[in-house]
Design a protein around this ligand. Structure first.
Ligand code: PGA
Length: 251
């Protein structure tokens, strides 16, 4: 069975001003020139840049996403952004349930699931993040924790075509630490089995990204692991050279 088309998505987090559009243009041009090979490339800038980045990427193969959305379409939710607004701004992806949002904003699996549902309803593809903490990994609970997050954050009624899952061990994010290839293989096989159980045959085609300290130096090894269908890249997505060094493993 053919593996799904890989996705390499950059998460700029709370970084990026108008001056950063130069990096975006460099990424766009490199992707246009075939630098991501058979992979799809996407960038998720902060909300303030989504429209500008989407305009700059228009007509190119670079996809644009955002880093969060509200579960409601509109209404009295001061400071929030709906999935429909993101779609209107040119986004096609949105990250939901990133561990920083789960930690900083108390987002539960139920909230993440409602946000992903809103994203899908608006016509976006949701990149739903899961991953264990260091204590959970050391305590031998990583597989169970991620199982619980998947069950809680994904609705069996979600269309598999609008769903991406990102496995991001919390302790690997921004730390320079990464799990061993064997641990990544074990976790991704575990997630794949759960997706197939939930979505049947369509679960085979749901992309499972690895995220957490992905760099050009470790990308080939991590992306070469079975059931790893791309990467969610934080720090290294801020520089075109580093991002393309990661996406370039699919050339
Ligand atoms: P990192 O972040 O690549 O900087 O570790 C990954 C993420 O949080 O998506």
């Amino acid at each position: 069975m053919a593996a799904p088309r890989p996705l390499v998505a950059g998460n700029w987090k709370m970084n990026g001003l108008k001056a950063s559009l130069g990096e975006l243009e460099a990424i766009r041009d490199a992707v246009k020139a075939g630098g991501a090979g058979r992979a799809e490339a996407a960038l998720c800038p902060p909300f303030t840049l989504v429209a500008a980045v989407a305009a700059a990427a228009e007509g190119s193969p670079l996809a644009i996403g955002a880093q969060d959305c509200h579960a409601k379409v509109s209404g009295a939710h001061t400071g929030d952004i709906s999935a429909q607004m993101l779609k209107d701004s040119g986004a096609t992806y949105v990250i939901t349930g990133h561990s920083e949002r789960r930690a900083d904003h108390g987002e539960t699996d139920a909230i993440v699931r409602a946000k992903a549902a809103a994203a899908i309803k608006a016509g976006l593809t949701a990149i739903v993040c899961v991953g264990e903490t260091k204590d959970e990994r050391v305590g031998g609970k990583a597989l169970d924790v991620v199982s619980g997050q998947i069950e809680g954050s994904l609705d069996p009624d979600f269309p598999a075509t609008n769903l991406v899952v990102a496995y991001e061990p919390v302790w690997a994010i921004g730390t320079g630490l990464t799990p061993t290839a064997a641990d990544v293989a074990e976790m991704h096989a575990h997630i794949r089995a759960k997706l197939e159980k939930t979505y049947g045959r369509k679960g085979v085609d749901i992309r499972i990204l690895y995220g957490g300290s992905v760099k050009p130096e470790n990308a080939a090894e991590l992306m070469g692991v079975k059931n790893v269908d791309g990467a969610l890249v934080g720090g290294a997505s801020l520089k075109a050279k580093d991002f393309m060094g990661i996406a370039g493993v699919y050339k």
